[in-house]
Design a protein around this ligand. Sequence first.
Ligand code: NAD
Ligand code: DAU
Length: 339
Amino acid sequence: MKMFITGGAGFIGSNFIFYMRKTHPDYDLVCLDKLTYAGNLETLAPVMNDPKFRFVRIDIAERKAVYDLFEAEKPDVVVNFAAESHVDRSIENPAVFLETNVMGTQVLLDACRIFGVSRFHQVSTDEVYGDLPLDRPDLFFTEQTPIHTSSPYSASKASADLLCNAYFRTYGLPITISRCSNNYGPYQFPEKLIPLMIANCTADKPLPVYGQGLNVRDWLYVEDHCSAIDLILQGGKEGLVYNIGGHNEMRNIDIVKLIVHALGKSEELITYVTDRKGHDMRYAIDPTFIHNELGWLPETKFENGIVKTIQWYLDNRPWWENIINGEYKTYYERMYGNR
Ligand code: NAD
Ligand code: DAU
C-alpha cells in the first residue's frame, strides 16, 4: 500500500503520518507539501530517516509536477490535507485559498483519474455547513445539512467538496469526504486559538479574544481525527461524506480561561478585541453516522487532551518559538496591532 499524504508538514497531516506509521507500519507513506508558512519540516524529523517514508516538496496546484510524481510513484490512496487553513488569513487574502484549496484539489482529482487510485480522501471541515445559533442547542450539523459557507476559507473548502462529488458522479472516481470539527493537539501552528493563547500566556502577553468570546467551537483531539480518517479509508463507502466530532462544545472565553488557570496566570491578560468579520457563532457536529457505520468513537476526553496539549507546548518551546520569532511577527502585528 502506497499512500500519498498531502499537507503532511502541517498540523493534522503530520499527526496523521505519525498515526499511520504506528498503526500501519507496512504502508509506504509519501508526504507532498509545498512548505508554506504553515508547513514545517522540523515536525517530520522523527520519520525523515524511515525507509518507508518519503518527503516531496511540491505545490498541489502545479499540474505537471503533480502528474510526474503520480506517474513515477503510482500511489494506491491519496489523502488530501493540503490547504490554506486559517479563516483570518482568508479574510485578508482570499486568492491563495482558491488557488490551493480549489485548484490544487482539482489537480489532485485529475491526477487520480488519469493514473488511477483505489481511494481519494478529501479532508474537509464542519465550516462548510456555516454556523448554528447559540439559542438552539438542539441543532447539530449532520451529513444532510446544506452547505452554507461564511468565509472565503469555508467557501473554498466547500467548492473542493463539490468537485470531489462531481468527480465521483461523473467519472466514478472513488472518493470519500470527511468534515471534522476544530482540532487541537501537538504541532498546531500558533496562529490558531489554543496554541496562540498558550504562547501569549507563557510570555504574559495580552490574550486577544474576538468579540465577547461567546462563539462556540466543538473541539476534538487531533489523534481522534486521524483514527476516524483511517477507518473511513478502510471501510468508508465511496461517494459518501462522514462528519467527525466528539460532542465537545466550548465557548472561546472558557477555553482561554482554562489555559490561563492551567498556566497559573491572571485573567487580567484577557483582552477583548474587534470581532472577526462574518464570525461563525457555533459549530456542533452530530457524529452518529460515522459511529453507526464504522464504529468510530473519540478516545481522548477534552479535560485530558487539553492538559496533554498544554504540556506538549511547554515541553517543545523551541518548535513554536522558532515560528513566532520569524515572519510570524509581521503577521501578528498586522492582525492584532490595531485591533
Ligand atoms: P495547516 O495549515 O496546519 O497545514 C496545512 C499544510 O498544507 C502545510 O504543511 C502547508 O505547507 C501545506 N500546503 C498549503 N498549501 C499547499 C500547496 N499548494 N501544496 C502543497 N502543500 C500545501 O492545516 P491543518 O490545520 O493541519 O489542516 C489540514 C486540513 O484539515 C485542511 O484541509 C483543513 O481544511 C482541514 N481541517 C482542519 C481543522 C482544524 O481544526 N485545524 C478541522 C477540520 C478540517
Ligand atoms: O471547525 C474546523 C475549523 O477550525 C477548520 O476548518 C479550520 O482550518 C481551523 O482553523 C478552525 O477554524 P476556527 O476559525 O474555528 O479556528 P481558530 O483557532 O482560528 O479560532 C477558534 C475560535 O477562536 C474562533 O471563534 C475565533 C476565536 N479566536 C481565534 C483567534 C486566533 C479568538 O477569539 N482570538 C484569536 O486570536
